[in-house]
Design a protein around this ligand. Structure first.
Ligand code: PEP
Ligand code: CO
Length: 450
């Protein structure tokens, strides 16, 4: 059997068709920037990556649960202390609710500190007869519709590297300072949560966890540390292969190549061709990796991906994030689970109930319905259970802010209200209340199902 890095090098992807890559006008300028990114210190380190792989392996066995979430696309302006703290807070609040409901430790994998490159369905955009390159995310070009803004600029790769490092630096400081400690849920006040029932339900969960902690600490005579700290990691779509390559280093002590731009990079739906450049690049890195899978893909495709990306069936190495949509999951997920089972390999299954449920309102606004998101999640739990498989995590696009991008939820956000605070640069995100409500509904639903 081929070893993961057989005939592989950090640049071997360049011999394959690479979709979704920007075209730079001045390749020499790109080369200089990449050299600089390659020389700068890593954003994450290998022992964190290895620890995450172990936690993902535990989730695969049903002993842990993964909460992956954050913006569809981060902007450089999101690198700001309040925005970062609010995003961290909503993820921690959701993980607390999930821990309580699922009775499993939770690992948070944020879509954060590097989620700067976006796949697009077309290369160019035309407005009033003018065609310009599409906006491809903050490390590639700028969103404003002018020729200079849309020109891919290599300097943005450096700015993105810096913003990712600044973001993660602040997250680490907050986590180390006790922000993620279950002893201090009071750090995570409910901000602009206005829905009284949700507020009360959340408070009951916090009280119940505090009581249990005090009970066990009284019994054991000291603070319980190990399990009371939520584990927090970074992830992004590993789309811009020159950038990912520049951060990939050989670590002689471990004898493997690590992509040190993030803990867990993933391959998006549009770049998951087994013969393509992304799969080739991901094959050789030691990180735990994920691939998005969805409708339009043959049920057998995951088998090919498993063979290439995890030939040794290493636990925690490969996650399949399925995103079929509420209407299609019932038909498409069972044969995929069955195909993977027949292969004899194991993967971690995560459900992304966002990307298969995107729609456009009659006013032309891209949105998602809370009810469809919840329906897909409930179907995912049920289908895995019926198949004797494990749903080990969930993947959301969300924000810690009071935006109006998805319709529905406890306060019944309507299509007419979307315009009030619609701020996403790409896909619609759950707002703070909707995100917490969803965590509560999963937890409640699981408790009644158990
Ligand atoms: C995304 O996660 O923002 C995304 C583009 O997803 P997908 O690759 O599943 O379409
Ligand atoms: Co998205």
């Amino acid at each position: 059997m081929l070893k993961p890095n057989h005939n592989w090098s950090p640049e071997s992807w360049q011999r394959r068709p690479a979709l979704q890559q920007p075209v730079y006008r001045d390749p020499a300028a790109l080369g200089r920037v990449l050299q600089e990114v390659a020389r700068l210190p890593p954003i994450v380190v290998s022992w964190e990556i290895d620890r995450l792989r172990e936690e993902l392996a535990a989730a695969q066995r049903g002993e842990r649960f993964i909460l992956q979430g954050g913006d569809c696309a981060e902007g450089f302006e999101d690198c700001e202390s309040d925005t970062i703290a609010r995003k961290l807070k909503i993820l921690l609040q959701m993980s607390l609710v999930l821990l309580h409901g699922l009775r499993r430790p939770v690992t948070c994998v944020a879509r954060m500190a590097g989620q700067y490159a976006k796949p697009r369905s077309a290369d160019s955009e035309t407005r009033e007869g003018l065609s310009l390159p599409c906006y491809r995310g903050a490390i590639v070009n700028r969103a404003a519709f002018t020729a200079p803004d849309r020109e891919p600029d290599p300097q943005l790769l450096l700015r993105g590297y810096e913003r990712a490092a600044l973001t993660l630096n602040f997250v680490r400081a907050l986590v180390d300072g006790g922000f993620a400690d279950l002893h201090h849920p009071e750090y995570w006040d409910l901000g602009f949560m206005q829905h009284a029932e949700l507020r009360d339900a959340y408070q009951r969960i916090v009280d119940s966890i505090s009581d249990s902690l005090h009970f066990f600490e009284a019994l054991s005579g000291g603070p319980i540390h190990e399990t009371t700290q939520t584990r927090f990691y970074a992830s992004h779509e590993g789309l811009h292969l020159h950038y990912e390559q520049a951060q990939t280093r050989y670590l002689p002590r471990r004898g493997r190549w690590y992509n040190l731009s993030t803990h867990m990079p993933w391959i998006g739906m549009r770049t998951s061709d087994p013969a393509g450049a992304h799969v080739e690049f991901f094959r050789g890195i030691a990180n735990p990796i994920a691939v998005k899978v969805g409708s339009g893909m043959p049920a057998e495709l995951p088998l090919e991906l498993i063979r290439i990306l995890n030939p040794d069936d290493e636990p925690g190495r490969l996650t399949l994030i399925h995103r079929f949509g509420a209407g299609r999951i019932g038909e498409l997920l069972p044969p995929m689970i069955e195909a993977v089972r027949r292969s004899g390999s194991t993967v971690l299954w995560i459900c992304d109930p966002m990307h298969g449920n995107t729609e456009t309102t009659p006013q032309g606004i891209k949105t998602r319905r809370f009810d469809n998101i919840l329906a897909e999640l409930e179907a995912a739990f049920r289908i895995h259970e019926e198949a004797g498989s494990v749903l080990g995590g969930v993947h959301f696009e969300l924000t810690g802010d009071d935006v109006t991008e998805c319709v529905g939820g406890a306060r019944g956000l309507s299509e007419q209200e979307l315009a009030r605070a619609y701020r996403t640069s790409v896909d619609p995100r759950l707002n703070y209340e909707q995100a917490l409500e969803l965590a509560m509904l999963i937890a409640r639903h699981r408790q009644t199902a158990a």
